[in-house]
Design a protein. Sequence first.
Length: 405
Amino acid sequence: MSSTKLIAPTLCALLLLALLQALLAPRAAAQQQDACASVALSPPGGNKLYTSCNTLPKLSASLHWSYHPAAGTLDVAFRAAQSASGWVGWGLNPSGSGMVGSEVLLAFPGSDGALAVYTTKIGSYTPTIRNETLSFPVTARSAQYSGGAMTIYATLLLPANATRMSHVWQAGSVAGGIPVTHPQSGDNVLSKGSIDFLSGESTVASGGSRLRRKNTHGVLNAVSWGVLMPTGAIIARYLKVFKSADPAWFYLHIACQLSAYVVGVAGWGTGLKLGSESVGISYRVHRNIGITLFCLATLQVFALLLRPNKDNKYRIYWNAYHHSVGYAVISLSVVNVFKGLDILDPEKKWKNTYTGVIIALGAVAVVLEAVTWVIVLKRRSSSSSEKPHHGANGNGYGGRPDQGV
């Protein structure tokens, strides 16, 4: 009986939620239509009414169209906020989603100052812009600039008369009369989605697996190379001075550095994968530092297996090698994390957070440097004062052994 009483209110709540969703979805779509319907369009050659429109959520853009089912044609107008000296683009991806593989219309000011409209195929993340024939016919193309926005007009014959397509849109700057690659972060990598020209329904990509892999790459490397590596070095340099921390400091140091290496290799591999997928995009300095870090860190791991005993005559050379390579890895790690942050260009708070972590680690190192030097000097002073100059028996023998570090 009690379970029946619980089920009834639950079913009512679910039905209420479904009803609210059904009521709100058309309202949201209507609001989206109303927002772009208020945009005044006046294509060259006279006014043209578009039966549908969508306010695109990125880059202050909107898409207006009229679909003619009998002919399979689409009259389209793409409008985006832009300066008079920049470029805008919109296009369809007949075979996939995203930028690569898309076929686009691109508007930009030519050498004479008039807006030119190119049709071009995007085969990489740094394409060569040229006016070429697309896989579907495009006619009546033109462009205009007014009110701080650039608008492209065209008529398309949709591929295979399909009405639901993946589409992309973009905006960027022009240098020397040639459109340059748009920014590789922020809204510029999120301006894609799918649209149904018959029903007007549209979806927007959330960033896709590529953006997630970029973020994963950044987090893994910031934590491993950028935080764990310096922390492990601080443990080794300062904790060993405290007798109570021996041999715990050694195992903490090994655990910290090995964890950093394993996580760092995962981040490094993710970076290589991203690089192989980014045809035409090369962050050479960041990539080369990453490869150098992997090689040096791998040497450190193998060096651990070849570590001589403390009384071995070659131990001093091993120590010099281990310390120099270790400090090189830490320095390069911090530099490369900052370079990666510049490339990823996340919200400013993330760069500020990492900067704060590095400053905190540096402050801890400075304090421990002073404290451990005081301990070492006191220990040496105490040892030298307790040690007899001529031994207990007056001839230099029989004295207490040296208790120094």
